[in-house]
Design a protein. Structure first.
Length: 318
């Protein structure tokens, strides 16, 4: 497959969006006064993608893969920190395909349970995403199942880019988009959709700076892989197909600490009653902590990308 900066275009994303539209939600946006968070003069738009099917933006890429590629009788296989696995399991369930999902032991119980609830065959393999990925590759070779990569696949990038198409209609006047980065499928899809028309900024945990390290080296390289958001933002390196797109259209990254991410989670709950997982709150933490400093009158949108967490336990209220 093409690994160039033009491998995924806005036209391809628009065609993909029409294909997957019957299967995905048009998630809402909420407009906020930045003064609520110490940023007077800065309107903020939150794109609530945690309300997507399976609890994260990953459903977009999952359906893009299953609807555009030939799925064999053996079904599909995926490795995931949790959200991608849940999305592939959900898409496979809706389309009547078998799914085998490998996750590492760092995956949250909420994500593991969601995968099981969707009827996929789930195996916990190793401590990190790389361990689950190796097991999934062996399974694909053994069974002939179709691998559905979490980020480094053009169809995955196209699917995630449909979020940008949707947001462009909901918030046409934004200047800057903040988006959390793990393997980079979402930031690449958004960068490909906007193609330089706005500033797209990748937000990464200090504990897993995959894109930042790639920019420093001029190519994807291994980075640290840990921290509070390790189950969604710590794949060790950014994707080979992701990197040329992001290098062309989204040159900036900022790094956020685990305490900043936790504070963003707490603030989203306190101010808006939004329950975001750590990876889902990372982009918001950049503006809240000052890791990203907006210019005067800059209009900022932020992706709240996932909500698969057990932070709110309703069983305790019964």
């Amino acid at each position: 497959m093409d690994a160039s900066a033009d491998a995924v275009t806005s036209e391809m994303i628009a065609r993909c969006e029409r294909l997957i539209r019957p299967f995905i939600r048009r998630t809402p946006v909420v407009e906020l006064d930045g003064a609520e968070f110490g940023l007077p003069g800065h309107p903020l738009t939150l794109k609530l993608e945690l309300l997507q099917h399976s609890g994260s933006f990953k459903a977009r890429g999952a359906f893009a893969n299953l609807l555009t590629r030939d799925v064999p009788k053996a079904g599909v296989v995926a490795a995931s920190g949790g959200n991608h696995g849940a999305a592939v399991a959900y898409a496979a369930m809706k389309l009547g395909k078998p799914a085998k999902i490998f996750v590492p032991s760092v995956s949250s119980p909420a994500k593991v349970q969601r995968i099981r609830d969707y009827g996929a065959d789930l195996t916990i393999e190793g401590e990190r995403y790389a361990d689950a990925l190796a097991a999934s590759e062996a399974w694909a070779q053994q069974t002939g199942a179709l691998p559905v990569p979490a980020f480094d696949q053009n169809e995955t990038i196209m699917g995630q880019g449909t979020l940008g198409l949707e947001l462009a209609g909901q918030a046409p006047d934004i200047d800057t988009l903040l988006v959390s980065v793990g393997g980079g499928g979402l930031v690449a899809g958004l960068a490909a959709w906007y193609a330089g028309r706005i500033k797209v900024v990748g937000v990464e945990p200090l504990a897993s700076p995959t894109l930042t390290r790639a920019f420093e080296a001029g190519r994807p390289i291994d980075a640290e892989a840990g921290g509070l958001a390790a189950d969604s933002l710590a794949p060790r390196r950014v994707g080979e197909r992701v990197f040329p797109i992001v290098r062309k259209y989204a040159r900036q990254t900022v790094l956020v600490s685990d305490p900043a991410i936790a504070d963003a989670q707490a603030t989203l709950w306190r101010a808006l009653r939004i329950v975001a997982e750590p990876g889902g709150a990372a982009a918001f933490s950049a503006i809240l902590s000052g890791a990203y400093k907006p210019s005067a009158d800059e209009r900022i949108a932020i992706i709240v990308s996932g909500g698969n967490t057990a932070a709110v336990d309703f069983d305790r209220t019964r």
